[in-house]
Unconditional design. Structure first.
Length: 34
């Protein structure tokens, strides 16, 4: 159980990191465009 929980938590953290990167890129692209 603990191992699967750790794997799920790590996967969630990775997904959150990707979402943050994408959102940051979108914000930058929106700022650069007039």
């Amino acid at each position: 159980m603990q191992m699967s929980l750790l794997k799920g938590a790590s996967a969630l953290a990775q997904e959150l990191a990707v979402i943050r990167r994408v959102s940051a890129g979108v914000m930058q692209s929106r700022r650069s465009r007039p």
